[in-house]
Design a protein around this ligand. Sequence first.
Ligand SMILES: C[S@@+](CC[C@H](N)C(=O)[O-])C[C@H]1O[C@@H](n2cnc3c(N)ncnc32)[C@H](O)[C@@H]1O
Length: 250
Amino acid sequence: MTRTAALKVLAGKKLTDLAPTELAGALAAAERVLVDVGTGDARTAYRQAVAHPEWLVIGVDPAWQRMTETAVRAARKPAKGGAPNLVLVSSAIETVPAALHGVADEVTVLMPWGKLLRGVVLGETDVLSGLRAVAKPGAPLEISIGTSIWRDPIPLEIRDLPELTPEAVASTGLADRLAALGWQLADVRLVPHTELDTISSSWARRLGSGATETVLHLRAIAVDPRDPVRPQDAAAEPGQDAAGEPQRDV
Ligand SMILES: C[S@@+](CC[C@H](N)C(=O)[O-])C[C@H]1O[C@@H](n2cnc3c(N)ncnc32)[C@H](O)[C@@H]1O
């Protein structure tokens, strides 16, 4: 008998298993579910949770030790800064547990690095599929990357990565890879620091009022992976549905 991998979450400074019934209760009670992938120290996720107590905010990051300070704060009573609607999950997005599949009304990726950055810049299947797996159909994916990472001194780990620009999204085939994996590109643009609050006041705050960063912002919508890339299938073979295709677990 196979068992679903447990959801490893932060409870204060420790990692613990979240009972499926507890997660189900939190999901059912939430007006909206935001999944912040590569949440880092989880301060942005915490701010979102405090600002929207009716939401469930789920931060996902494999480097769980960096989330402990925020987890301790979130575990306090709400009157003392607690955020019972914040769940911090220890996981890489490419191996995100099934318990989080199809839960998100919105997915955010803010200032990614490492595998997450490579995955979104190159359109790697494991990362884009992991992001798609957590999303509900129609959910937006909001990716923000500070463009200064492509200015000298460029971090060693991204020297071989093409700079992500609005033009590159089309010319490198990233838009097609997104579409093939269930993400339809809705918008991609460079947002100057003076306009950061037009994409998110929380992100603007995260970067600080003195920031001069221009941010590459990419927005995509969770769709059926086949729709945007092979619309001719429906016309060419009327009556044939997805039966011949492996179904996604979303
Ligand atoms: C620069 S930090 C940004 C943190 C946060 N989003 C913020 O804006 O403060 C990038 C984060 O991406 C996480 N990350 C890298 N690869 C990842 C992956 N495959 N899945 C999920 N998170 C990943 C890292 O552990 C790191 O915490």
